[in-house]
Design a protein around this ligand. Structure first.
Ligand SMILES: C[S@@+](CC[C@H](N)C(=O)[O-])C[C@H]1O[C@@H](n2cnc3c(N)ncnc32)[C@H](O)[C@@H]1O
Length: 268
């Protein structure tokens, strides 16, 4: 395995996060795409390779349509990319309803939300489309690049000026949150779910690859503690419905489909 296969992100409290797969950037055969791939490789500090060089677990490939992640270890698995085409963007659609558990957890008065664990921005996009001023923080530059690409394609397809509603910040939320001005009303956390003891074939490949890229978010309790100090109204934590709360004293919990939103009120 090449020497850069384990990439450590800088941390606040000393916890180290590992990318457990070796990753390189590549492009399909087109000069302008190769230029874009070169820029991306420099931004992400990853090697640039031709698609034929298969000595990497994962390839981040610039194609004419999108940015996609390919698993070189098992070519039968299709590529992964960030896709929002299943979102129902029509007004009053259930996706955008403020009566859904996710929106109820944010509270009736919330006008803005900081999603401090943005990932592929599925939740952050929902917040923005529901009308909350949304800031999304993500510490993996690679995951952020995939999310940006999905958002760019959605904005082009649906003709939405997303940049006015959704502000993306790359970096560790444990640092970023404490310097946000004004302080956020609501902070939303969706750290990686604890890995299942039994490996299940049903774990979606998107989630499997995400775990290889970002690890297990073992510092999530630390992030919750910082968020509780910073949020003016509440912190909402998404958990699997069968997992214990991240901190033992949620003020209330709201049940969603297979997940639970634990709400920690912080009003002082
Ligand atoms: C389960 S994913 C979030 C999925 C997201 N809610 C979505 O809708 O796509 C967790 C993400 O949080 C990010 N993360 C965890 N701790 C973080 C921190 N302290 N600062 C910034 N990002 C963090 C991880 O890198 C990972 O991409």
């Amino acid at each position: 395995m090449p020497a850069f296969s384990v990439h450590s992100l800088s941390t606040v409290s000393g916890t180290i996060h590992h990318i457990t797969a070796s990753v390189a950037v590549s492009a399909t055969d087109d000069e302008s795409l190769k230029t874009r791939a070169g820029e991306l490789a420099r931004e992400l500090k990853l090697p640039l390779v031709t698609a034929a060089e298969a000595d990497f677990d994962l390839l981040l490939v610039v194609t004419p349509e999108r940015l996609e992640l390919r698993d070189n270890r098992d070519p039968r698995l299709g590529p992964v990319w960030v896709d929002f085409s299943h979102f129902d963007l029509r007004p009053y659609s259930p996706h955008l309803s403020r009566r859904q558990p996710l929106a109820r957890a944010l509270g009736k008065k919330a006008q803005s939300v900081v999603d401090a664990t943005a990932g592929y921005c599925q939740d952050a996009l929902l917040f923005a489309l529901m009308g909350y001023r949304t800031t999304a923080m993500e510490r993996s530059p690679l995951v952020m690049a995939l999310a940006r690409d999905g958002l760019r394609r959605l904005a082009a397809r649906a003709g939405i000026a997303l940049e006015k509603r959704l502000h993306l910040i790359e970096g560790d939320a444990r640092l970023l949150l404490t310097s946000l001005k004004p302080a956020p009303e609501v902070i939303y956390l969706d750290p990686m779910f604890p890995p299942k003891r039994k490996k299940s074939a049903a774990v979606k490949k998107e989630m499997r690859l995400l775990r290889e890229l970002v690890g297990d978010d073992l510092d999530a309790r630390d992030l919750l503690e910082i968020s509780r100090r910073v949020a003016l109204d509440r912190v909402v934590v998404k958990r699997p419905d069968d997992a214990s709360p991240l901190a033992p004293d949620p003020s209330m919990s709201i049940a969603g489909k297979l997940v639970r939103y634990d709400v920690y009120l912080t009003r002082r």
